[in-house]
Design a protein around this ligand. Sequence first.
Ligand code: ZN
Length: 759
Amino acid sequence: MTLCKPLTSLLLLALIPPAFIAGPLPAQDSAQNRARNAARKATSPAVFGYRDFTAEAKIEKRFLAVPSAKLAGEELKTLTAEPHLAATPEDRKTAEYVARKFRAAGLETRIVPYRVLLNQPKLVRVEAYDSHGKLLMSGPTREHVTGDPYQDDPRVVMPFNGSSGSGDVTAEVVYANYGRLEDFNQLAAHHIDLHGKIVLARYGANFRGVKVYIAEERGAAGVLLYSDPQDDGFTKGDPYPLGPWRPATGVQRGAVQYLFKFPGDPETPGVASTLNLPDSARGTPYANQPRIISIPISAHDAAPILQALQGPDAPPEWQGGLGFGYHLGLTGGPSSVKVHLVSQQDYQRRIIWDVIGRVKGTQYPAEWVVAGNHRDAWVYGAVDPGSGTAAMLEAVHGVGRLLRQGWRPKRTIVFASWDAEEEGLIGSTEWVEQNGPALERAVAYFNTDIAVSGPDFTASAVPSLKQFLSELTRAVPSPLGGTVYQQWRASHPRQNEHLSQNEHPAQSGSLDQDNRHSANAPSEAGEEVRVSDLGSGSDFTAFFQHAGVPSTDIGSEGPYGVYHSVFDNFSWYTQNADPSFVYLQQMGRVFGLEALRMADADVLPYDYVAYAHAIRSYIDAAKRKAGAPSDRSSSLGWKVSGQGLDALNFAPVQAAAARFSDAAERAHSRQTSASGNLAQLNFALRQTETALLSEQGLPHRPWYRHTVYAPGEYTGYAAVVIPGVNEALDAHDATRAAQQLMVLAQALDRAAQALNSVQ
Ligand SMILES: [Zn+2]
């Protein structure tokens, strides 16, 4: 831990409004700092949500001293010693390990099982032939590099897609770039009919389930997904074991569940798959499952297929990094390449295990603060999700120390280790579905997943918690010196540059990410750090978009090319991400502090002024889109079902948003003065988020109930804002858009009413 230099401190003081500066760092204890902090305290409340932060600052200081880099490294090594796919004996072992750690810290701990439908692969084959019947490749090739100590374990599961269908198909191949809607539309513009064909698409740019979803919509018989070296392989830099990027044989496993319809157990949307849920209460699984087969392959296996493809040249931006020109595949005459795919998937109801540990709150026991991370991995999962679990265990370690010293939180804190996230956010979704009524009072869900793949702090959050997050990171030291906040801000231009050069950061993925931390974040003037919007792809989804619990998601990122491959292991981690585990320590501190600060707040630190501001900007953007049908909407041409978008009346929803905005301003001054009946104020603040849910849910996907945020039907990871309205506009459906504008206006009026109820 190093301190920022005095000069830097002075500069920062000039930039940071005093009200946003938290208590001193544990080690930042010079006379100069003490004097500065005393001066600050005298003039304003130090932390939003606290009438007087003095006592809490001491608790936080004691907490921050506990998380240990060394212990986190040991925990990561233990968690990643064996492959631990969901529902396997090794997964069960990690559940017991986490439960022991929770209990040792003094948490009241339970292992909570569910019985859910999961596939495991029995056989996966890929063969390709040219037009003369000559064999071009036969795979899958085993994932292999020189010198990796983990790759040869017989328990490493063969590359496959969760939720893939079973089947045996032989068909011609068409290259579809990233498999985005606009890519498929380009193929249609070339009059390439996908019926009965096999689509070859590269990973990146959207959630893999979306690629399969559109391919299925267009009549394809199967999908091959591959990792192009341009996106996370040798084009980026040295592959593992020389560097962090994906080796030629590395394969990205992953779920192709249609999670944008609903996540969780495919047989029980909205219902918890407890062990005693009878089979008769389980439905048919097809609503969020593909019917066609899909298989993930490596660049090594994709190359001979791509190289043999003929037909029209692929557009320049469709060219990848394999060192030859890419073609679309069909010649109009006989096909240049035929592929034979075999996928035999063993679908069974299998038992998974969440681990839940709680500390009961003294003052508001019904107001839960939930902090969670998944535990299951495709293989070893050192980054995804082992880094998150190790960070969480060190947060729990810190909370345990406070408990032993006699501290108790005001609100109940729940730590959760989710299972089967990789197959479709299953453990968290079932738990949310089981605890629905209690979660109406839950004040926050804090997620982490890929906690550490490098040094750059990233975050997504509901707008009401963006300020909370950036404020909190000012209290946590960075391994690079100064605070996490300072390093986050310093990396902001770097991350911006990264995003603009590469709109599809496939290296930062997980069922998890790809675009989770990019896109859709309106960069507000004067914003110092970027907090993105919550899309989907990790365990916050059920909490936020189904149950309306205000949520955040944090991580620390860097070059990461081994996502969902056998190479995401302890050896890769220590060579590339975090050799001394100091970022695990950092993330344990940030994660734990989120829970502590929220649990002990006098007034819930929700910033509805920022929320209202964001919503008004979303409405303005939708209005512009409706008024000026754009290129973007023409790319959706096949779905045009009506017109008259320019005649839509946005005035009522704008008026409702203005009322919400006014109510938010008034609530904000109540929050900062923090007088009167705080329990009543807090209740109203919490009800405001619930008010933004709609009873009927989104059109065609009622499980998603939030009127402001949902995963995009055609992006999957990235958020679609005011989704009911925007997706109706994208579909050129004026009737639906008008109806969704009304649903949104009603939600905003309910939210304003909730805020006004304590004026
Ligand atoms: Zn993950």
